[in-house]
Design a protein around this ligand. Structure first.
Ligand code: GTR
Length: 410
């Protein structure tokens, strides 16, 4: 039986029932097409394409049982993403230590406890420090579920003293909903620039010359999220069975990969992650593989460049990345004016990941057409919304994420 939920206005829900979901605003399409003429923003110009079958192994065997997914197909797809998209984490041994450098049990006027933890990574005398900041609600029974943001905008948005507040990391509002909220700055793990992989965690763990499948910066940030999870496992305040990893844009791509690599995350949220995130590459709508590899040569592994203007040759597409998160919960969010990140391609990827959720008997389904603006839709383990406005992470997005988390974690 198909069961999904719509929140938002009844009128919108009626629109959905009659098959009118979101479509891109013509004025936005024209504006963007005029400013970036070499990229496509017209739905009718999307080339026809065939997605790799998420349910057929490389050897051509059809997956029909959960065990075949878990033992064969999932590891195979994970390896494809490691080899051809994000790259592989090196096996270099390292140690990690957690230093609680600040604790304030009376933060936010007593509503929460602030903890600042330095996660120190050491390998062969080379050191890296990831600064984790978190607030835990005081009035809720421990352990509590937590949201971990992969911050790609810098500490100005995540002030531990709360002198500046930002919707990007709305700590007070998350605490008020009874959840813990944590954040680390991606640049602590690896600075977001191309320096031939000498700085950040690459400088600490990489050995020998780079290979075509050596990890890029997105994989490094995802690895950083997992080190925060390592810390949560030592903190009795945090319910490690209920930790969400989320990120915006490049942070959203990272959250998806973190959730694929690390099955300890029970909810994975990608906000406007676009190309190299939730959006289907084969649609070549907005940002393309060639463009992202050129603008951000450090984000992916070298192999990914093989698919510059050659998307149909990719052994994967992004529905398979979302499928790697199953049976855990996934939320894909987009914004109306952010066509660069292909909202429709992101919804289609989510739709095409659902066979995995069905196979794993999660009872998750979503409506066949995209929901209208500001009308989140969710099945038991998958959710989606398209918000009005541009490329950003706002309180409105967070509120919908928390609504979904309420259901997933109830
Ligand atoms: C853009 C990039 C996107 C997205 C975005 C962001 O310039 O093309 O893929 O990652 O930056 O992170 O804000």
């Amino acid at each position: 039986m198909k069961r999904y939920f719509l929140t938002g206005c009844l009128l919108c829900a009626a629109g959905l029932a009659s098959g009118q979901g979101w479509t891109a605003n013509t004025a936005v399409v024209e504006r963007l097409s005029g400013s970036r003429t070499e990229f496509n923003y017209y739905e009718e110009k999307v080339p026809s394409y065939v997605l790799p079958d998420i349910m057929t192994t490389a050897g051509g065997r059809k997956i029909t049982r959960p065990k075949e997914w878990t033992d064969t197909r999932r590891p195979e797809i994970l390896e494809l993403f490691r080899t051809y998209v994000y790259g592989r984490v090196p096996a270099t041994p390292y140690t990690r230590t957690f230093n609680l450098v600040n604790e304030d049990r009376n933060a936010m006027g007593g509503a929460s406890t602030l903890k600042q933890v330095d996660i120190v990574i050491n390998s062969d005398g080379r050191e890296l420090k990831i600064r984790l900041t978190m607030f835990v609600p005081n009035s809720v029974r421990k352990p509590v579920p937590a949201f971990l943001l992969i911050d790609n905008r810098g500490p100005a948005n995540t002030d531990p003293a709360r002198n500046t507040r930002s919707e990007f990391w709305p700590a007070e509002e998350v605490i008020a909903r009874g959840y813990a909220i944590a954040v680390f700055y991606n640049a602590d793990v690896d600075p977001d620039n191309f320096d031939d992989f000498r700085n950040g965690i690459h400088g600490v763990l990489d050995r020998g010359s780079r290979k075509a499948d050596s990890w890029g910066t997105l994989a490094a940030w995802a690895w950083g999220a997992s080190r925060c999870m390592d810390y949560f496992e030592t903190d009795k305040d945090i319910n490690i069975k209920k930790v969400a990893v989320l990120g915006h844009s490049r942070g959203g791509k990272t959250a998806l990969w973190a959730g694929a690599e690390d099955q300890r995350f029970s909810l994975v949220i990608s906000n406007e992650s676009g190309c190299g995130g939730a959006a289907l590459a084969r649609r070549r709508f907005g940002e393309t593989v060639a463009r992202i590899n050129t603008s951000f040569p450090h984000w992916f592994c070298l192999n990914y460049r093989k698919y510059n203007n050659n998307e149909d040759a990719m052994p994967v597409d992004m529905h398979m990345l979302l499928g790697l998160i199953a049976p855990r919960a996934v939320y894909v969010a987009c914004a109306d004016e952010d066509l660069w990140g292909d909202p429709k391609g992101s919804y289609l990827a989510l739709q095409n990941a659902l066979p995995v959720y069905s196979l794993l008997k999660t009872g998750t389904s979503l409506p066949p057409v995209m929901p209208p603006l500001n009308t989140p839709v969710s099945g038991s383990r998958a959710a989606f919304h398209i918000r009005d406005g541009g490329h950003n992470l706002l309180l409105k997005d967070w509120n919908w994420f928390m609504d979904f988390a309420d259901n997933v974690w109830k």
